[in-house]
Design a protein around this ligand. Structure first.
Ligand code: GUN
Length: 284
């Protein structure tokens, strides 16, 4: 029977640490770290994420600004807001909630964010920094996974790590962070031959493919650590991961639940990145 990795508890612990550091930061510098979140249109899931990000900021004592722009916002208007926030000294982190409405160019807006304020770590400058292992910001979801491993006492060094999924936001940076932590990393995707056999080799299996119950007992080695990044909505409205929890839990040594595993960590890592951005500005 696997031990549960409690993302809610670990996240609460890290947020308490960020809150303490923020108090210290404020008494030293006389201002709080500031995060601006831009949301365009009315995607209900995005609205929930943005609300939670604002709440997270309040919890740790950050200054936060939320810009809710109408669906009909033009690229020029969005670019102008990013330019204004780039120049705003009270704002240390800028996050443009994705996905954007179809008529807007995501790449253009992400490139426009000042890399020193890019707390999502989506700007190609920061993506490149991650590749060479010299980074200020880590993308929130992979950083959350690394923090879960670290705080559970699981060291990837020398271990076989298998990442299922190769997205720019999770799979690719996840592989890179496990590599920096001295894991031996394999990335699986839709064209991988005999994916189950590759996954079964893993000491640490990270699943970020976006398909409910994709990983069953046949894909997991006895005693493996299983990290489920999936967030899928079942027909009955219930949230479920990419791992068939009931089937895999008896085999794994550690497993993250969904919800309550990786999910709570992502906003915590965003807060960490915002604090880092503010600290970098403060020492200048
Ligand atoms: N939409 C879903 N996840 C994310 C994220 O981590 N950052 C941004 N900007 N948008 C998202």
């Amino acid at each position: 029977m696997a031990k549960l990795i409690d993302g809610k508890a670990i996240s609460a612990q890290i947020r308490a640490e960020i809150k303490d550091k923020t108090e210290e930061f404020y008494s030293k510098n006389g201002f709080a770290p500031g995060l601006a979140v831009i949301i365009v249109g009315e995607n209900p899931a995005s609205q929930v994420y943005v609300r939670n990000k604002k709440r997270g900021c309040e919890e740790v004592g950050f200054h936060s600004e939320v810009y809710e722009m109408p669906e009909a916002t033009t690229q020029a208007e969005l670019n102008a807001l990013v330019d204004k926030l780039n120049a705003d000294e009270a704002i240390h982190g800028i996050l443009v909630q994705l996905p954007l409405p179809k008529h807007l160019d995501e790449t253009e807006v992400l490139l426009r964010i000042d890399p020193s304020k890019d707390v999502d770590a989506f700007h190609p400058y920061n993506v490149g920094k991650i590749m060479i292992g010299d980074y200020d910001f880590l993308p929130c979801t992979p950083a959350g996974v690394m923090a879960l491993l670290e705080r559970t006492g699981i060291d990837p060094a020398g271990k076989k790590c298998v990442v299922i999924g190769r997205s720019n936001i999770v799979g690719k940076p996840m592989a890179m962070l496990l590599l920096h932590a001295n894991g031996t990393v394999t990335v699986c995707h839709s064209r991988t031959k005999d994916l189950a056999a590759v996954a079964r080799e893993a000491d640490i299996l990270v699943v970020a493919i976006g398909r409910a119950d994709f990983v069953g007992a046949d894909m997991v080695k006895e005693g493996a650590v299983v990290i489920d990044v999936g967030m899928n909505r079942r027909a009955d409205g219930k949230l479920t991961g990419d791992v068939d929890f009931a089937a895999v839990e008896p085999i794994a040594s550690y497993i993250t639940p969904v919800p309550g595993g990786v999910g709570p960590m992502t906003i915590t890592m965003l807060l960490q990145n915002t604090l880092t951005a503010a600290e970098k500005k403060a020492v200048k």
